[in-house]
Design a protein. Structure first.
Length: 138
């Protein structure tokens, strides 16, 4: 089975059913349910989902939707060294850096983001795909 890390945007697309992005992102859940992949997120993605769902977008039944999503996922953790490495990396967006370094630290196979341009130059260790290109490739 492939270990796939989802960034915040993809996780939020799934939880919120954000149009039009959720269509491709939900296909990742289908792959999970068929036993083809494991989906990983970080603790900070969960806090991002809570903030986005309750405060920014005010999603109906947000807590239940987040709980169901988190129940499907594996939560990959980090440590101080991982955070410091990410902060000292050449990533312009340090939140992206932290998520990518968490995936690296946990030895995951793929990183899924709609924002792949932010990861250019960093994909030699963990390939970065959009949901659509991942689904098409695997």
């Amino acid at each position: 089975m492939l270990d796939v890390f989802l960034d915040t945007d993809i996780a939020f697309d799934i939880v919120s059913k954000r149009t039009p992005h959720h269509v491709q992102s939900l296909k990742l859940i289908e792959k999970l349910e068929r036993g083809e992949i494991y989906i990983h997120i970080s603790e900070s993605i969960i806090t991002n989902l809570i903030y986005l769902s309750f405060h920014s977008h005010k999603i109906d039944h947000a807590l239940l939707k987040i709980q169901k999503f988190v129940d499907l996922c594996r939560v990959s953790s980090s440590n101080k060294n991982v955070i410091l490495q990410a902060m000292n990396s050449n990533f312009k967006d340090k939140e992206d850096a932290i998520q990518y370094h968490i995936a690296l630290h946990n030895g995951l196979d793929y990183f899924i983001s709609r924002n792949i341009k932010d990861y250019q130059g960093f994909t030699s260790t963990i390939p970065v795909y959009t949901p659509q290109t991942f689904i098409e490739s695997f």
